[in-house]
Write a protein that binds this ligand. Sequence first.
Ligand code: BGC
Length: 380
Amino acid sequence: MSRKFLVAVGSAALALTLAACGGEGAGSGGDTSDKKPSELTIGVSMPTQTSERWIADGNAVKQKLESKGYKVDLQYAGDDIPTQSQQVDQMITRGADVLVIAAIDGTALSSQLQTAADAKIPVIAYDRLIRDSKNVDFYVSFDNYKVGTAQATALLVGLGLQNKDGSKGTATGPFNVELFAGSLDDNNAHFFFNGAMDTLKPYIDNKSLVVKSGQTKIEQVATLRWQQETAQKRMEDLLTSSYNDGAKVDGVLSPYDGLSRGIITALQNAGYGGAGKKMPVVTGQDAEIASVKLINDGVQGSTIFKDTRLLAEQAAVAAEAYLQGKEPQANDVKTYDNGVKVVPSFLLPVQTVYKDDIKPVLIDSGYWSAEEVAAGQAKG
Ligand code: BGC
């Protein structure tokens, strides 16, 4: 029997069970406004613990909600779709009153969301939009298109084609660049790549940037599950296939620090960063501590900082609004069409971090300490 079918049967059975017990075990079936916070539970489903940002996100959401007196059921799915489906099912049976979900695959949770909707449990998509379902009530994230434009701009600035103030740089190229994207099943990967390509296209068109491999389509440059090893392998393959004629890579568009570190390892193994072979300008995202150290050491060019403390706060505010019988306040009601409806969203701004920005942006705001940056490791 196929897994899909089993999941469908499982969810149908669960829905029947929920209906039979009149919502018991599935929150209070909608109206929670007369309940005390200590009687209410928020299920928080996070994708993976392999990237430190999701650990920070999970902890921050939990801590913010617990500090308001709510109970939190936090689960990590190890980047495995069936595990995440099962965890969300369990959160519902265990009595979640609101769900906060950062999906691994934005389209894989439809049956769980239907069960949640039947039990009147509001669903907040956390950072990654859940697609193809009407049962997503709210979305908290960053300006994801802007992440992409900021990454591409950092590449242009690093190469000297543009100045930080947006004016034309003194360099003219042509520069050899390669492009990477995230996981195709993550809606954000498309926003990042579109933002980046809209920014890079004029430079590719006027040949100041050359993608020597010729791989410029998201399907060609995507990285399943955002895996560092996959990016390292692809960079190694690119070096062998497209740079064995003595040509050098000048820049790499990378959408996430974990991928950037894989790409940098591949480049270092091929002699980049050593005598006579300058490390290419490599971009990133998330201000992961290992990459912040690499930026500080002049190895990685930049990252995009998304303050997960603020995102966690917005998720907590939205969850609490639902629990109090109110609608959370959106600041964007047109950008995030999930294929079935436009999901009201609260979007936060993003910030590019070059070496000079580490102190004012990351250290002075308490995101990382100077010691952590020096060590390239978070303190436990
Ligand atoms: C997030 C990024 C993150 C990536 C990989 C995306 O959905 O928006 O911040 O780098 O997933 O975890």
